[in-house]
Write a protein that binds this ligand. Structure first.
Ligand code: CP
Ligand code: NVA
Length: 316
């Protein structure tokens, strides 16, 4: 069976844990595993800009023995109306997996509908699930595990990172609080799904307005840009309502004394997070960025072994 990773909840709690276990192993023996040797090719498609995602996938696929093909879709027929279902069908005749960053989740779903190989979400308007694998790996390293730990995401609680923190966080058994200004709450569908998963894993979900209530005593404080890719010209005031949600020294003082700070980057320093916090002793942001590499290598290894006869063997 082909497994796609389009949203955080495409992995069950046990599967997410297995991918993170593998990521920990891969991080310790970085160049020892070459499950894509051949090399098997992986297409990595970008409808939006990227630094970390592009370079971590390209590096990771090469380290796994595979051949990364990075495609800026502006140079393809995607912008000229080629069917995304057709594109999925065609690409899967060439490559062993398709990784795609795009706008609407419907675009990714169309590629997956045509594809005969795993499709991975490298960020959509709705979700950023590869980022969350890296974040959870970082929380495991810094907090000794994920189950029972608390995380507050403050800022634009309607964006892809908020949605992914809700779904992936509760899948990992975490207590997830999100807080944003009026008009920037997560969709009820995502909150309901997160609550459903939390009831199964022992995690919990709280959607709050007050940032101080959200960060009170938490183990992890997370934020993201107030203006996501594609929102630059949407005519909304993406500064004024957000200032109370800035992650600064006084907000961080409300979290647990041992709390860590996460930000997926790129940061708008001085807006959603101050230099003092981003560069401070509680910041885990650069480990978090590094962990994209290890987590995505584990994900690709897992997806390309699942359902195949050799999946009974240890991946790699
Ligand atoms: N965090 C993240 O996805 O960064 P890029 O947009 O640079 O890939
Ligand atoms: N919410 C941000 C994340 C960037 C990695 C965006 O979509 O632009």
């Amino acid at each position: 069976m082909i497994r796609h990773f389009l949203r955080d909840d495409d992995l069950t709690p046990a599967e997410q844990s297995a991918v993170l276990d593998l990521a920990e192993q891969i991080k310790t023996d970085r160049f020892a595993r070459r499950p894509l040797a051949g090399p098997r090719a992986v297409a990595v498609l970008f409808d939006k800009p990227s630094l970390r995602t592009r370079v971590s996938f390209e590096t990771g696929i090469a380290e796994l023995g595979g051949h990364p093909i990075i495609v800026d879709t502006q140079t393809t027929h995607f912008g000229r109306g080629e069917s995304l279902v057709d594109a999925g069908q065609v690409l899967s005749r060439y490559v062993s997996a398709i990784v795609m960053r795009t706008h609407g989740d419907d675009r990714l779903a169309q590629v997956a509908a045509g594809s005969g190989v795993p499709v991975v979400n490298a960020l959509t308007d709705g979700f950023h699930p590869c980022q969350l694998l890296a974040d959870l790996l970082t929380i495991r390293e810094r907090c000794g595990g994920t189950a029972g730990r608390s995380l507050a995401y403050v800022g634009d609680a309607a964006n892809n990172m908020a949605n992914s923190y809700l779904l992936a966080g509760v899948t990992a058994g975490m207590h997830v609080r999100v807080a944003g200004p009026p008009g920037y709450d997560p969709s009820p569908a995502v909150v309901n799904r997160a609550e459903e998963i939390a009831a199964w894993t022992g995690g919990s979900v709280q959607v709050l307005r007050d940032p101080a209530e959200a960060v009170d005593g938490v183990d992890v404080v997370a934020t993201d840009t107030w203006t996501s890719m594609g929102q630059e010209g949407d005519g909304r005031d993406r500064l004024t309502p957000f200032w109370p949600y800035q992650v600064n020294k006084s907000m961080l003082a409300l979290a647990a004394p041992t709390a860590i700070v996460l930000h997926c980057l790129p940061a708008h320093r001085g807006e959603e997070i101050t230099d003092e916090v981003l560069d401070g002793g509680q910041s885990a942001v650069f480990d978090q960025a590094e962990n994209r590499l290890h987590a995505q290598k584990a994900l690709l290894t897992w997806l390309l072994s699942t359902g195949r006869p050799e999946s009974a063997q240890a991946p790699g």
